[in-house]
Every structure is written in C-alpha cells, then in structure tokens.
Design a binder for this molecule. Structure first.
Ligand code: SF4
Length: 311
C-alpha cells in the first residue's frame, strides 16, 4: 500500500496514521475483519497492494478511533485486557484479532465481557439502539468470541459502545426518534456454538479456497458486500429521451422507484395513456465499488464488466 498526504498533515501525524493502518494489515494470515468481508475485495487489494494508493486523510477517523482505544487502555484496571492482539491458529492459518477491551465479568471473575468501540453515524447508532446493530459488527464480535473460546477465554457478554460522530444536540431536542446522547451501549447476542462453528469454519474455508483462484475467478461480491442499493423499475413514456448523465428516461410522477417490475406494470395498466408507457429497469448503485471505498475496483472484472458500465 502506498500513502499520499494531499492535505499536508504534519509528518508525525501522517506517520502515526500509516503505522496504525499497517499494524492492521500485517499480522497473521487473516484478520477477523478480513474473514467477515468479501474475499474478492480483500485478495485483490492484497495482490495489487503495491499499486494501491490511499490518502492518510481518508484514514483519519479510524486513526481517531484507535487513539480513543489507547487512552481507554491507559485507564483500564489491572484485571482487564485492553488492545491486545490475539492469534488463533486453525486449519494451518493464523487468525489475528484485537478486541478493544476484555473486562472481568463482575458476577464471574474467571469470565470476561467483550467490549468494542464503534465510531459511526447517528443513523447507524439509531438502528443499533432500535435492536438492529450492523450485521458485520455482530459477525465480527461473534468471530472474536469463537476464537477467544478456542484460546480458553469464557465470554459472557458482548457490548458495543457506539459513538455517533455526526450527533447534534439541536437535533436531539427537535426530533422524537433522535438518540438523546452521542453514544449508546448495545448488547449483541452471543451465537450458540453450532452457529459460530459453522459460520467461522465456512469463512476460513472460503478464504483458503479463494487464495488458489486467479483474480477473475474469485467469488463474486454479493449485494451486501458491494453496499448495493436494490434494483428498481420506473414507468416512462415510450417516446421520451434518455438523459446524457444518467442514461435513464424521465419517470412519471410517483413512478420512478418500484421494487418489482410487476408493480410498475400494474401502475401502467391503470393509466389511460398505457399504450404510450413502458417499464424501464434502473440498476441499483454498488456504492462500495463506484465511490472508491473498494481499492480493488480497477483489477476487479466484476466491477469492470457488470457494475461500472452505467448504461
Ligand atoms: S469493486 Fe466491488 S465487486 Fe469488485 S471487489 Fe470491490 S466490492 Fe467487490
């Protein structure tokens, strides 16, 4: 990975940001955060890493998150384990992970509660407080628990400490469903042993098998892995012209976003001008691929053949 410093951050800060990013990259064969993610994205980025460039300013939020972890670590009591990297060897592979904080369970001294800190948006905090934390967090935490169990730690609770970077006091006074504070603590259920065994083994196997494949043959990224918006259907006039920018024709009012083609067709069937109307497909945007979040896009045949061509 090559780093740029386009905003001119001080060399010390830029070096610290890089050091944190590299610490993440280098340890063991796979990190847990890698294993829960798309093998296509991860392996392409790794294989072409010497040609990948990242600007340190794009890593700042993750850097601030790490700073918070370090400050918290300084204040943990002696019986807790903070910011320690663990390695669990399984199927010949070293799986590395670094839980933010393992605290002794107050009701069972020989067991631990797993705490992790997440910096995110108000939108994500709100969902988590309403009982729907991000699915990748749930997978990551349960993968940690699975590995920790294998290493002899008994984990009794998972607690996510979720901090919303864009929280506003003024909004919290105005909006009924807005979180009252900028952070919340959300408990994540621990999976039963069979579910955790199945999930973790499948992910490790998927990576072991994917490593043997050429770039173009890697498993395709799912909609979830591409952060894809769903495909939609719109109703348009047959004789209308496509936009040079979007490639789509102008949809009729209240007819630009049907989830099902059949709903769009039903809309047409109720119109007097139905003979002049037709359904147009609107491909959902894969935000991770198209907006630069995946550094592998230029080497990805799925992106270049299926996603990038807009129309
Ligand atoms: S560009 Fe998109 S499809 Fe290709 S590896 Fe990245 S996330 Fe997956």
């Amino acid at each position: 990975m090559n780093y740029t410093n386009r905003t001119g951050l001080s060399d010390s800060i830029a070096s610290a940001v890089k050091a944190f990013a590299q610490d993440y990259d280098k340890v063991g064969d796979y990190s847990v955060t890698t294993l829960i993610d798309s093998p296509r994205s991860k392996l392409l980025t790794e294989r072409h890493g010497d040609k990948v460039t990242e600007d340190v300013s794009d890593l700042l939020w993750s850097f601030f998150g790490n700073m918070g972890h370090l400050i918290a670590e300084r204040n943990t009591d002696a019986s807790s384990i903070a910011e320690r990297r663990f390695i669990y060897k399984h199927k010949g592979k070293q799986i590395s992970f670094k839980p933010d904080l393992l605290e002794r369970d107050p009701e069972d001294f020989n067991s631990f509660q797993l705490n992790d800190f997440k910096f995110t948006s108000v939108y994500v905090l709100k969902s988590a407080l309403n009982g729907t934390p991000k699915v990748e967090w749930v997978r990551q935490m349960n993968f940690y628990v699975w590995c920790l169990n294998k290493l002899g730690f008994n984990i009794t609770k998972i607690k996510l400490h979720i901090i919303a970077r864009d929280w506003r006091m003024s909004e919290s006074k105005r909006e009924i469903n807005y979180p009252a504070q900028a952070c919340g603590v959300v408990e994540v259920p621990i999976w039963d042993k069979d579910k955790a065994d199945k999930y973790c083994n499948e992910r490790i196997d998927l990576y072991i098998e994917s490593e043997k494949l050429d770039d173009d043959d890697l498993p395709k990224c799912s909609e979830e892995e591409r952060w894809a918006d769903p495909n939609r259907w719109a109703v348009v006039k047959k004789d209308s012209k496509a936009s040079n920018i979007t490639g789509y024709r102008k949809a009729l009012p209240k007819a630009n976003s049907f989830m099902l083609r059949s709903d769009a067709q039903q809309f047409i069937s109720k119109r007097k001008d139905k003979d002049n109307l037709e359904v147009e497909f609107r491909k959902g945007e894969s935000r991770r691929c198209s907006n630069g979040y995946c550094k592998a896009a230029q080497w990805c045949n799925q992106f270049n053949q299926d996603i990038a061509p807009a129309f």
